[in-house]
Write a protein that binds this ligand. Structure first.
Ligand code: VAH
Length: 322
């Protein structure tokens, strides 16, 4: 049985629904450190627990109560919020992860923890970033992602805990808004494109970052969890990507559906500095070779699907005569 922490977040809310479809609702326990409105269906469609991963007692009690053998640890503070409150970022992303790993060690659970392109820093080769390379991130979030990778590998090597992870790029989805990251511009732009036919980007023109549509991110998690461990030469954490673009390329893909869309800029120096410290594009050949990673969505097909789904969600009608 699977426990998902941070199940009401951007990845967790969709992963919970997808895993419940695949494995059966009663086999997927969703948890979050607090209730959030707008997730009633998720909370009612299967087991739900309030778990703060900084409280090892409730964490291990829930693992015992539900006989959990796989923990998907999505509870985390993201990059931009992490720079506003670095202490909380360390506490949740590292002390929380430590509690998850200790619980998994004592109870023989598999642990999936996402890392991020944020685990790389300014001295990392930026183009076609290798699976194994320099990792000197200079954000607290990035420090916790790089340290988290090392801690998960340590628990695998030292204690035999089956730990696995991927380095996610920016994730784009229409169901749940992202939780305070640097790549969030690539989600908000779609909402504003439909509501106002224009968007003001806090990331500068020409800033390339890896990105991925949420359906591919969910496949990455499920495929890696189900992968044959004998094939896994790396564990924490695999580079995975689906596309790399800058705000202008994203705006061009939107203009194919909303020709009058206008992209403006009001660069946020803090999030721009974070974005500048990350790679432009990852080499994800290790994931492709070792567990058949193969994303389905590119920029064009993602934009088409995002706009179609958001038109329904926001109740924004297709312009007449389209
Ligand atoms: C963030 N969306 O912006 C997250 C992610 C690669 C970016 O880690 O912090």
């Amino acid at each position: 049985k699977i426990l998902i922490t941070g199940a009401l977040g951007q990845i967790g809310s969709e992963l919970t629904a997808e895993m419940r479809k695949i494995y059966g609702s009663s086999n997927v326990v969703a948890s979050n450190r607090s209730m959030k409105k707008g997730h009633e269906e998720l909370i009612e469609s299967g087991p739900f627990e309030i778990i703060d991963i900084n409280d090892p007692v409730t964490l291990s009690a829930a693992v015992d109560k539900h006989k959990i053998n796989t923990i998907v640890n999505l509870a985390a503070i993201l990059s931009a919020i992490g720079e506003k409150d670095p202490q909380q970022c360390w506490n949740i992303n590292m002390n929380g992860l430590y509690n998850v790993l200790e619980t998994a060690r004592e109870r023989n659970c598999m642990v999936f923890t996402p890392s991020s392109i944020a685990a790389f820093g300014p001295s990392t080769p930026k183009d076609n970033t290798p699976q194994e390379t320099i990792q000197r991130p200079n954000t607290m979030y990035g420090v916790t992602k790089a340290a988290g990778e090392l801690l998960c590998d340590y628990y695998y090597k030292k204690f035999g805990v089956d730990t696995r992870g991927v380095r996610f790029p920016g994730l784009i989805s229409y169901k749940t808004l992202p939780g305070g990251g640097t790549t969030d511009y690539a989600v908000h732009i779609y909402y504003d494109a439909l509501k106002n036919k224009k968007y003001t980007s806090f990331i500068r023109k020409g800033t390339y970052m890896d990105m991925m549509y949420m359906p591919d991110a969910l496949s990455a998690i499920i495929d890696l969890i189900e992968a044959n461990p004998q094939r896994l030469m790396h564990r924490n954490a695999y580079n995975v990507t689906a596309m790399s673009f800058d705000p202008e390329m994203l705006a061009d893909s939107i203009r194919k559906f909303i020709p009058e869309f206008e992209l403006l800029y009001d660069v946020d120096p803090i999030r721009q500095e974070i974005a500048d410290s990350w790679p432009n594009s990852l080499d994800d050949s290790a994931a492709r070779e070792q567990w058949d990673w193969n994303p389905k969505y590119d920029l064009q097909s993602m934009t088409k699907d995002m706009l179609e789904k958001l038109r329904v969600k926001l109740d924004v009608r297709e312009p007449a005569g389209k």
